[in-house]
Design a binder for this molecule. Structure first.
Ligand SMILES: *Cc1c(COP(=O)(O)O)cnc(C)c1O
Length: 443
């Protein structure tokens, strides 16, 4: 497959969210989620192949067969183009926590994307790249006082809040902050809910507005986050509508006009066609072009997920029956697949290398079901991580064409969001993972 094919695939998925040839993951509630998109092309395959062929498992040093990522920086650029095609009015602030990979951050900064940081060290990391503090939003509504003082010293002005105590801290340590009031949203359909932890209920907005007024603070706008993996986007519409209510309410309180709306994160490539359409409509209805209000967002996964492919080695196997095995690989929930626990992701295992052959382009090498599109998958497997914890399970049930053995390789496409950023050294397994970079941009 060539580079051109990649672009075509990208366009066609975008055009109508065409069913991907790969998999259709059904959630336990049997709601079919959008089929995962992946980019697959020769440059990724070349990097995977070269690395794997360099490992001689008969004689290699401990760790030479460790799992590794291939990152296509070009994908980040394509995603950026795609974002502005769908949401031309919305300036993205990339949520650094999603994947703080230095080369991804560099690329985003060069493309003109700004940054959402949640802690001192994330702010530090972005400033060290030479990014202007004006391009950072400290989007954590509950900050340590020492971190607020740090932000003040670093001249990071934009920040969010959702409670009165935070306003008193800000008054004391960073009074010239440009503040965004974070409202709660209805995230009941989201896979990762955030409004249980953050956001002011609409009924309590007046209390915060009064406090802003009493303290003489600088309220510039409203922010929200509808959660990640939402299956319907009415929450996005409602949140924009509620934001409008807060803008109007601030006026009634006699506060200066608000001029910034932050529509948060949670955007996924696979559902972006739908979410961006809902958002565009809501913005045009409640914050029309000529209203003079700047719109920003805090996408994380959108810019990182599909740029990374993870390859992992089969280190052990327990055969249960001729057609049933437990496979143990050298990465798992304590490593780069913590997204299974923390982010409710279901990584898709596919056969990369078996018996001396590569199967990268066999999009049907595995299946979540024993029979799919008429094909019967003979091998039933469960896949486990390397630590001694029973929780360290990648999938309890998957089906494979091949009967994999130790030494074979599996890969997981689109695994760039909330993966390496939260890996731990638990049980003595290194958390530093190699990333092989390729760049298919501007070719
Ligand atoms: C995590 C987070 C984001 C990014 O969410 P995604 O689902 O990765 O887009 C954005 N804003 C805030 C405040 C967050 O906590």
């Amino acid at each position: 497959m060539s580079r051109v094919d990649t672009e075509l695939k990208f366009e066609s998925v975008d055009a109508l969210e065409a069913p991907s040839p790969f998999t259709h993951s059904a959630r336990p509630d049997n709601k079919v989620v959008n089929p995962p998109y992946e980019q697959a092309h020769d440059e990724i395959f070349g990097a995977l192949k070269q690395r794997i062929e360099a490992v001689n498992q008969e004689v290699c040093e401990p760790g030479d067969e460790n799992s590794f990522f291939v990152c296509d920086i070009g994908e980040v650029e394509r995603l950026h183009t795609h974002w502005f095609k769908k949401l031309p009015r919305v300036q993205p602030y990339y949520a650094v926590k999603c994947n703080p990979d230095a080369k991804v951050l560099r690329k985003l900064a060069d493309l003109g994307v700004n940054f959402d940081c949640a802690s001192k060290s994330e702010i530090e990391k972005v400033l060290e790249m030479g990014v202007d503090p004006e391009r950072i939003i400290y989007a954590n509504p509950c900050k340590a006082s020492s971190f607020i003082r740090y932000a003040a010293g670093a001249r990071v002005l934009k920040s969010t809040f959702d409670n009165v105590e935070e306003l008193h801290k800000i008054k004391k340590y960073h009074p010239d902050s440009q503040l965004l009031l974070r409202i709660a949203t209805d995230d009941s359909t989201a896979q990762c809910r955030l409004s249980t932890k953050y956001g002011c209920e609409m009924e309590k907005v007046d209390i915060l507005l009064q406090c802003v007024k009493d303290l003489g603070l600088n309220l510039v706008g409203v922010s929200f986050h509808v959660g990640s993996g939402a299956s319907d986007f009415t929450s996005l519409y409602t949140a924009v509508k509620d934001s409008r209510t807060v803008f109007d309410r601030a006026k009634e309180f006699g506060l200066p006009n608000l001029n910034l709306l932050d529509v948060g994160g949670g955007f996924q490539f696979e559902s972006f066609h739908g979410s961006s359409a809902v958002l565009r409509g809501a913005l045009d209805e409640f914050f029309p072009q000529d209203s003079g209000i700047d719109i920003i967002a805090e996408p994380g996964r959108f810019f990182a997920a599909t740029a990374f492919t993870l390859a992992s080695n089969v280190i052990a196997k327990r055969k249960l029956t001729p057609n049933e095995s437990m496979l143990y690989i050298n990465d798992g929930v304590y490593g780069n697949m913590n997204c299974i626990l923390f982010d409710h992701q279901e990584p898709i295992p596919r056969t990369l290398f078996h018996n001396g052959e590569f199967y990268y382009y066999d999009f049907n090498s595995t299946s979540p079901r024993p029979v799919q599109t008429g094909f019967h998958y003979p091998q039933k497997v469960s896949i486990w991580g390397p630590t001694c914890d029973g929780l360290d399970c990648i999938t309890k049930e998957y089906y494979m064409k091949h009967d994999l053995v130790p030494g074979d390789w599996i890969f997981f496409p689109s695994l760039g969001a909330y993966t390496a950023s939260a890996a731990t050294p638990f049980n003595g397994f290194e958390q530093n993972v190699d990333v092989l970079y390729i760049d298919t941009s501007s070719r």
